[in-house]
Design a protein around this ligand. Structure first.
Ligand SMILES: [Ca+2]
Ligand SMILES: [Ca+2]
Length: 160
């Protein structure tokens, strides 16, 4: 018997194989895109945490005028905040940069700041406001109300 072309079954098998290959490529591409997007969001979150760190780096830990009288903002507006605990429980959406300006390009992101005194012997242990020389600042960044990163660092009031 002489074969002159492909049988219907051979053609069908070939079509199915090509279809499977395309489906696999599409799936791989989608997961790559998702991973890429998540990486980009994390980089943005890191950038936004960094803005708060830079903004507060030069501020004293306690208010220059009233000292430890009050924990929290003595001033009415962000522009006048002049110590670290002024930023406790502050939430910025759109997020702000190190110059306290809103970053409207990142409007879907939120910076949530927490300022806590921690035990000098155990930085994991939160103590009463203004009862230690060490302060932990935490910035949580969320995208569309979903938290995507949390960054903390320490400041000491000893260095002032
Ligand atoms: Ca203040
Ligand atoms: Ca304050």
């Amino acid at each position: 018997m002489k074969k002159t072309g492909f049988t219907l079954v051979e053609v069908l098998v070939a079509v199915i194989l090509v279809g499977l290959a395309i489906a696999c490529l599409l799936a791989a591409n989608t997961s790559f895109t998702n991973t890429n997007a998540a990486g980009l969001d994390l980089s943005t979150a890191e950038f936004l945490s960094e803005q708060i760190k830079e903004l507060t780096a030069l501020l004293p830990v306690v208010d220059p005028n009233t000292g430890t009288d009050l924990f929290g903002p003595e001033e009415a507006t962000l522009a006048d905040y002049d110590d670290l605990d002024d930023f406790d429980e502050a939430s910025f959406s759109p997020p702000i940069n190190a110059d306290r300006q809103p970053l409207s390009n990142f409007a879907a992101f939120t910076q949530q700041v927490t300022v806590e005194n921690v035990n000098a012997a155990d930085f994991e242990q939160v103590v009463g406001d203004h009862t230690s020389d060490f302060v932990k600042v935490t910035v949580k960044v969320s995208l569309n109300a979903r938290e995507i990163s949390s960054t903390s660092w320490l400041r000491a009031s000893l260095d002032e």
